[in-house]
Ligand binder design. Sequence first.
Ligand SMILES: Nc1ncnc2c1ncn2[C@@H]1O[C@H](COP(=O)(O)OP(=O)(O)OP(=O)(O)O)[C@@H](O)[C@H]1O
Ligand SMILES: [Mg+2]
Length: 447
Amino acid sequence: MNAFDKIIGYSAIKRELRQISDTLKNKDVYARLGVSAPKGLLLYGEPGVGKSLMASAVIEDSGRKVFTCRKDKPNGDFVKEIKATFDKAAENAPSIVYLDDMDKFTNGDEYHPDAEEYVTVQSCIDEVKGKQVFVLATANNIRCLPHSLQRAGRFDRKIEVFAPRGKDAEKIIAHYLKDKKFVDGVDARTIARIIDGRSCAELETVINEAGLYAGFERAEAITMDHFMEACLRTIYNVPAGTDDDYDDDCEEEYEITQQKNLLEDSTKFLSQIVYHEAGHAVVSEILCPESVTLVSAHNRGGGNGGFVRYYKDPGFAHLYWSKSRIISALGGAAAIEQKYGIFGTGCGYDLDIAFDRTRDLVVNDCVCGLHLHKNKSMCGDSQHLWSEQEQAVSAEIEKYYRKAKEIISLNMDFCEKVAAALAKQRLLSAVDIKRIKSECKITSVAL
Ligand SMILES: Nc1ncnc2c1ncn2[C@@H]1O[C@H](COP(=O)(O)OP(=O)(O)OP(=O)(O)O)[C@@H](O)[C@H]1O
Ligand SMILES: [Mg+2]
């Protein structure tokens, strides 16, 4: 097994890492061309995206001796440790100095261009120049690092590592599913859509957590429900025991409220939450099939309702997707109005999203005409333009809300079934939504 095989996905980054490692192993090839190997590589990005894994693959593949420096104790000897690491690397050249989590070398998270630790790293890099010492560093936040330290000649290559998306996320999930006992029918694609954009560490953890839930239940295999449970806790930070936040009788309340067909206390009842979330989900599914990955009626960290997660298939055009996000955001209020004849409270957050996105469409995508675009270099009094933009935003929002209501009223059966399932299960996955949808008469609506 090649050192780079441990890195699943990330083919473009792997190609670059292989190339860097080749320069370290085959110095003569490059010397014949009159060029020298890069002096340093800085891998940076969010926590858990695989920077250390990538660094270790380069180290292993290069076959060079490595001298690691990582801040593991907050004492004043760290500067000495940095110097000693570089000295040892120079004595044992050709070698690699590995500075793991370099942005943690100082005591703060701020930009400290004069911090002793960075000044030391910089001067050590300069001292080992020409001695066949390659400097490999990782960092979460390169804004903490002085620009002079990051410049070409010190770190010739800088690679930003993002959380895996789409096919890459799918491959990593398939890798982690391989040795787990999941029930048939649970596939990497479905899971990838639910947790798209999360770090590799989160993907790994959530799949393992699902197994822990299954084990605690003494189940024979891990089910989609275990996985969804793990998602809620690990990724969406839904506190354990959230069900207690509702009245014990909430399912009964759901029935009663259905019978009365009105809301007496709009935030109290589960019924409002389930219709609200069902509204978001139904609008999104009608406009963008297979876009809903998770619908939850659980509170998220003290919030007042549930939430819906969407997946953007790359096939959806930017403008179509943006408009459908706004209409889906208004779908919660539209479902409450359709069901109870009132504009439900608790839609403030959705309205903020809808207004912000619509403003973006009006001002940047010019959906209402080029004259409403605000050029960045524009100066002076733009009060007139601003008021014209706001009028256009309001008119657009009204149009989108009418569209959300049209979608809900034409697909009320779908909405009712999603709401009922949500009241019962509290959590629906893409698999549940697909099943419910197949049982309903669906009416498509054009945008
Ligand atoms: N491409 C990948 N394929 C499979 N597993 C991966 C991949 N990238 C990372 N992982 C796994 O995810 C976990 C986190 O990776 P790693 O420690 O390299 O992240 P990191 O970016 O260095 O995080 P931090 O910034 O917190 O140091 C590890 O268990 C690692 O094996
Ligand atoms: Mg790391």
